[in-house]
Design a protein around this ligand. Sequence first.
Ligand code: 5AD
Ligand code: SF4
Length: 525
Amino acid sequence: MNEQQRKEASQIKQSNPSDVKNDSESNLERLKQMGSDELIGKYFQTTYEPPNLKKAKKRLKKDVDIHYDFSISEEMQTIGEGKKFLIRTYGCQMNEHDTEVMAGLLTDMGYQTTDDVNQADVILLNTCAIRENAENKVFGEIGHLKPLKLENPDLIIGVCGCMSQEEAVVNRILKKHPFIDMIFGTHNIHRLPSLLKEAMFSKEMVVEVWSKEGDIIENLPKVRKGRIKGWVNIMYGCDKFCTYCIVPYTRGKERSRLPEDVIQEVRHLAAQGYQEVTLLGQNVNAYGKDLEFEYGLGDLMDELRKIDIPRIRFTTSHPRDFDDRLIEVLAKGGNLLDHIHLPVQSGSSDILRVMARRYTRESYLELVRKIREAMPNATLTTDIIVGFPNETDEQFEETMSLVREVGFESAYTFIYSPREGTPAARWEDNIPMEVKKERLQRLNALVNEQAKQAMQQYEGEIVKVLVEGESKKDPDVLSGYTERNKLVNFRASKSLIGKLVDVKITKAKTWSLDGELAKETAEVL
Ligand code: 5AD
Ligand code: SF4
């Protein structure tokens, strides 16, 4: 961390004046006393600057540095020996991947993983702020963890991820859940070893949330969840500032990894036998815009398709930045898959305008036309929000008609949830909940119908499936995804896990396909 970052780091050091011994016993006493605002005021001194959404909106492109020299201090490299950690992950794939990095850091400190909260010495909640219900889940979980902390004062509980970047959340934890040992933001994951050390040895609550967006730290360790599919970040942050969305504030400004670093990571995964890579970013189509040379997602994909790895996906796209160069490269096919997730959010140009999406219904449809022309077999999926402030019945009907017109085969659909600090949260959330729910139901019924229809075309067809493992419902059944992201279940030997095989589809359901190993494949095996 450089001096500037050190200055900008918002840190809290809370000290309990009566806690001079700093041992488990006095810590327990401290915990027992917690619970009311009055006590917190009395026992804790707060000297920190909270995360600041206004500051987070400032975009200072030039001061992002890329670091290749990360290391864990010697004293922390063995701190976790004989101890265990558990990370609960909420939200998107970006968070899942951040969890892989934190697991890598903890493993390099000697910790082992556990699924059992009672065995854990460190518990981290990697949180999501995208909608209110995501936050409620986390607060519920925090409540559940309190008795564990009372039983075992040496347990370290940390809250990280997007919620930690929100001032209101940090304040609520400080007031209502002071048994939490550390809070850190999305930009300072690499500081985990140091923060853990502080939390352990000082027995103070440590909060470190930088409003300044993070630099790029290249050589962080990772413990990946699987051996078949891997995630690779290509960029961080988002500069789009859609009016409903908290992400640009919690994840900071757009910053791209250098192409050579991305390519090297994908090559490395290929060499390790990974079969599929998903490139990650909040708005992957903006990849390269902040680089000092002309380079975009299309250029990157054109390089990556030459790597000997069977499948490359990317998520998530923004229609505004989806350019012709990318379409041209995707059309080359090969390991670039025929599935595009293209969040539309609404089918009404007026709603799109107030959402600040910077495209219209017409320009979205034009983009879809271009994609279909270049990639006739492409599957399109999307994200949609219903019940945005002032959304009329007619505007919602425009969303329904757009879903039909594009023929989305699947969609993540959401009821609008006001997020404090975003422009839309200042507007009256004036669509009654019954109306929002009814719209969501109708939309889901339509999406289901289209999903089912799309599945039917596969009956009798042979598809390529990347076998991921046993099906969730039946361990005797294997499951995996097709190139166009359809879930396939079939019975075959477990030795096929991790392989790409041909499967003949025998039955189409709404969200999955049943099949059997294609004759030729079965014979070869
Ligand atoms: N309310 C509801 N849905 C939201 N999303 C983002 N912000 C909100 C919000 N405030 C949805 C968008 C986005 C997806 C990841 O979450 O559809 O594409
Ligand atoms: Fe949020 Fe819009 Fe950025 Fe997506 S593009 S992360 S919806 S602000």
